[in-house]
Structures are given as C-alpha cells and as structure tokens.
Design a protein around this ligand. Structure first.
Ligand code: AP5
Length: 208
C-alpha cells in the first residue's frame, strides 16, 4: 500500500491515517509531524521551518523533500506508506514520482478527503493535539484519551492562520487533485461525516 493523502488542512487526513496504520501496519509519513518534531527538538531544520509553519505558509521545498526522501528510505516504509501532507505542490509531486521511480516503486493511489472550507474552520479552531503522543482530539478532551498526556492547541490552529492555510491549500495544493486524476490514480471520499463512516469509505475506496 503506497498512498498519498490529499485534502485541505483539517479535512481529517491524520485521523484517517492513524486508523489505517493501526489496522494495516503501514508507515505513516506526516510531513507536518516530522516538521513539528524538528521544531520541538530545536534542530537547524526546525529553526528554519518554524516561521513558515506559524504563518501557515509552506516550508521551502528543498527542506521538506530531503526529509521525505530520508523517511521513505527507512525499513518500515519499504513495506508500504501513507504520505500525509506531502506532496503539497506540483514540484513536490513531480519529485516524489521521480524519487519513487529511482527506488523502483510507485504510488498505488491518491486519496482525497473532501471537506468544505466552512467545516474546516470550525474543526481546526477546536482541535487539540497531545504533546506526548500526537493524538488528535478536540477541545472536549481535557487530557489525551490515548496516553493521558497534555492536550494543546497548535500555533497554526489560531483563526487568522487557519484562513491563510486554506488560501495556500487552494492555490498550491488543490491542483494536485487534477495531477493525480490525470494519472488515473485519484479516488475520493466525502470527509464531512462521522469518522467511522469516512473510514468505511476510505477502506472501500482503497479496496481493503
Ligand atoms: P500539517 O500538519 O500537514 O497540517 P495540515 O495539512 O494543515 O493538516 P492538519 O494536520 O491540520 O489536518 P488533517 O487533515 O490531518 O486533519 P486532522 O485529522 O488533524 O502541516 C502543518 C504545516 O507544516 C503547514 O502549514 C506547513 O507550514 C508545513 N508543511 C507540512 N507539510 C509540508 C509540505 N509538504 N511542504 C511544505 N510545508 C509543509 O483533523 C482535524 C480536526 O478535525 C481534529 O480535531 C479531528 O479530531 C477532527 N476530525 C477529523 N475527522 C473528522 C470527522 N470526520 N468529523 C468531525 N471531526 C473530524
């Protein structure tokens, strides 16, 4: 299973990826998670990436592409992967195709989780994330339901930044829907329904 997850910020890509990983044991490669870990660790990459992330802008391609190449080369990703948050523009998509070709691999599918912008703003404003394990929940979760860790609001989940992330998605990332449709590997699910129903459709769309 080599999959790209597409969808606006807050569409539920991470939520669905967590379920696929739990059920099928594939590697979850979230560039957002990798970048947040770099910021938290104070690495050179993290220092460079932070200002873009806080503003809801894309981190420069050269920083993100190297990160993904390294991650795809790790043993767990050789059995299959879910790319979540990558590619984010056409340059990243073309680079991904050529890097996978060098590894004699290819994408099976690009899965679009489709949700309207108005729903997104509401979801992201109330999202809370576990500082310890990365679990994604809502403002109703006082502590992490998965590990009991502290829940916090991501800096980029503040209202002004959410709107910018949506604008960036529309301009830079949404053209990838046509990119993958043109390659004949696009499938999509309606993401504006309860998580379990979306997941059932995800499995059907992926033939699982
Ligand atoms: P990233 O972390 O990738 O953020 P994103 O794409 O904006 O996606 P999110 O994680 O916000 O949303 P999601 O779709 O995973 O939704 P979730 O499942 O959490 O990127 C952050 C930043 O890093 C970027 O802005 C950029 O700066 C940088 N970056 C990352 N990748 C990059 C790249 N390739 N190139 C350049 N820069 C890059 O769900 C959201 C909320 O909704 C949660 O509270 C959840 O509980 C809830 N929810 C989920 N599903 C449902 C449902 N069906 N019904 C009701 N609620 C639901």
């Amino acid at each position: 299973m080599n999959i790209v997850l597409l969808g606006a910020p807050g569409a539920g890509k991470g939520t669905q990826a967590q379920r696929l990983v739990a059920d099928y044991g594939v590697a979850h490669i979230s560039t957002g998670d990798l970048l947040r870990a770099a910021v938290k660790g104070g690495t050179e990459l993290g220092v460079k990436a932070k200002k873009y992330m806080d503003a809801g802008e894309l981190v420069p391609d050269e920083l993100v592409i190297d990160l993904v190449k390294e991650r795809l080369d790790q043993d767990d990703a050789k059995k299959g992967f879910i790319l979540d948050g990558f590619p984010r523009n056409t340059t990243q998509a073309v680079t991904l195709d050529s890097e996978l070709a060098k590894m004699e691999r290819s994408l099976d599918c690009a899965l679009l989780v489709d949700v309207e912008p108005a729903v997104i703003v509401k979801r992201l404003s109330s999202r809370r994330t576990c500082r310890a394990c990365g679990y994604t929940g809502t403002a109703a979760d006082a502590v992490c339901p998965s590990c009991g860790g502290e829940m916090y609001q991501r800096d980029d989940d503040k209202p002004a930044t959410i709107q910018n992330r949506l604008d960036v998605y529309e301009k830079s990332t949404s053209p990838l829907v046509e990119y993958y449709r043109g390659k004949g590997i696009l499938v999509s699910v309606d993401g504006d329904r309860p998580v379990d129903e979306v997941y059932a459709d995800v499995k059907e769309a992926l033939g699982l």
